[in-house]
Design a protein. Structure first.
Length: 107
């Protein structure tokens, strides 16, 4: 239940027309996921993955069911390590971009 509520909250963090953008930056997410709070990080990443799964087609990412939360974390941290210039962007935008690169949807 907690996960579903968190996913619903994150729907507001995903970019859309004139909607509020999360104030969490890539730098903050990198700290959270790397040192501070792995459980909080994983809940954030799972919530965004759940929100993407509920998007109408075309989705921004197609994450297979067998992908684990630690794998999602690895995908995001890899992008943050390899593209430090993106760390100032909103975390939700970074996560969606990372998921889309790692798990593209094929028509």
């Amino acid at each position: 239940m907690k996960k579903v509520l968190f996913a619903l909250l994150l729907l507001g963090a995903l970019p859309a027309q004139a909607q509020r953008v999360s104030k969490v930056s890539g730098n903050q997410l990198m700290e959270l996921c790397g040192h501070t709070d792995i459980k909080g990080c994983d809940a954030y990443l799972d919530g965004i993955a759940d929100a993407i799964a509920e998007e109408p087609a075309p989705r921004r990412a197609c994450i297979p069911r067998n992908v684990t939360t630690p794998q999602l974390r690895d995908v995001v941290l890899k992008l943050l390590h390899n593209a430090p210039e993106k760390r100032e962007l909103p975390a939700a935008r970074i996560v969606v971009h990372a998921y889309g690169k790692a798990f593209p949807c094929h028509p």
